[in-house]
Design a protein around this ligand. Structure first.
Ligand SMILES: O=C(O)C[C@@](O)(CF)CCOP(=O)(O)OP(=O)(O)O
Length: 324
């Protein structure tokens, strides 16, 4: 059996930052994201009776090591669900500028979960697919849906109630995102390592977690009302609170470098000039800027002129996972 699926990456407006369970990936807080049209992964899973292990080709290159291990471990979950001990040839094409700091693992694991379950003959609801995808990479569970999605952390220890739910479809609001790509040679602390260190050692972590419920409630009201100022300011403040936790970790760290700060200041200047733009930053130096369609030309021009910016990639909100 063979199946192909396409999934888009997503940008968190309320960040997932902290795990309460590393093994099955359970978070310390709810999160909320916007699925993006511009960046996606297409994955084909083909089952082979004669294989004794999985084969994984990413953008034409065989994958080995840690990345291979994460994929084959994830496929074990699907094999267990299907009650089949069969291996697969997995081929993924990433249309995600990994340099853009987008978690290509988000679109990658969502596409893999969809193609893998279909190839194995398992029919999951979107909620069940999101719950499975979560165990590949937390943020990926939100990419099952298009538009705005919320990952509910759940209360159970087995993860049975930890999955994403749709908040508003793509058609609800044409909110745009510009991925500002910076030339960065910084050694990155992975989101997984960064979260772990922060949870374990940052005195600011509890303040971060306690701030989420109010942020989440208010940003959902803002999305419903298509209120750019409300959604943008909450997203920006939430991102700053997330990154504040890293400064308090032991050893302290930050994902930002000089150009990151310049972009943040430029976004604030755009607002002072009457252009509603807001930034958010994930586990890397790159900045994502939220803006409205009517301001696209101004926003792109201003961002491209910032020294140290190597590219600006524009995206609309995108669809959830689809089968090709
Ligand atoms: O996307 C967000 O909510 C915020 C972040 O991007 C960081 F800012 C976290 C992404 O974490 P992920 O790569 O999903 O971790 P995994 O579960 O260890 O694979």
């Amino acid at each position: 059996m063979k199946a192909t699926a396409k999934a888009h990456t997503n940008i968190a407006l309320i960040k997932y930052w902290g795990k309460r369970n590393e093994e099955i990936i359970l978070p310390t807080n709810n999160s909320l994201s916007l699925t993006l049209d511009g960046f996606y992964t297409e994955t084909t899973v083909a089952l082979h009776e004669d294989y004794t292990e999985d084969h994984f080709i990413l953008d034409g290159q065989p994958v080995v090591g840690e990345q291979y291990k994460r994929v084959t471990t994830f496929l074990d979950l699907i094999r267990k669900l299907a009650g089949k001990n069969i291996y697969a040839d997995v081929r993924s094409i990433n249309n995600v500028p990994t340099a853009a700091g987008f978690a290509s693992s988000a679109s990658g694991f969502a596409a893999l979960a969809a193609a893998g379950t279909k190839a194995m003959g398992i029919h999951l609801s979107e909620q069940e697919l999101s719950r499975l995808t979560r165990q590949g990479s937390g943020s990926a569970c939100r990419s099952i849906y298009g538009g705005f999605a919320e990952w509910r952390m759940g209360k159970e220890n087995d993860g049975s109630d930890s999955y994403a739910v749709p908040i508003a479809p793509v058609e609800h609001w044409d909110l745009r995102v510009a991925a500002v790509i910076l030339s960065s040679t910084m050694k990155k602390v992975s989101s997984r390592e960064g979260m772990k260190r922060t949870v374990e050692s940052s005195p600011f972590f509890d303040g971060w977690v306690n701030s989420i419920p109010k942020d989440l409630e208010e940003i959902k009201e803002g999305i419903k009302a298509r209120n750019m100022e409300k959604v943008g300011s909450i997203a920006e403040a939430n991102c700053l609170r997330m990154h504040a936790t890293t400064l308090g970790a032991n050893p302290p760290f930050t994902y930002w470098h000089d150009t990151t700060l310049t972009v943040m200041q430029t976004v604030k200047q755009l607002r002072e000039q009457g252009v509603p733009a807001y930034f958010t930053i994930d586990a890397g130096p790159n900045v994502k800027v939220l803006y409205l369609p009517e301001n696209e030309k101004t926003v792109e021009k201003v961002l491209r002129e910032i020294p140290g910016v190597t590219d600006v990639r524009l995206s609309k909100s995108g669809q959830g996972v689809t089968y090709i």
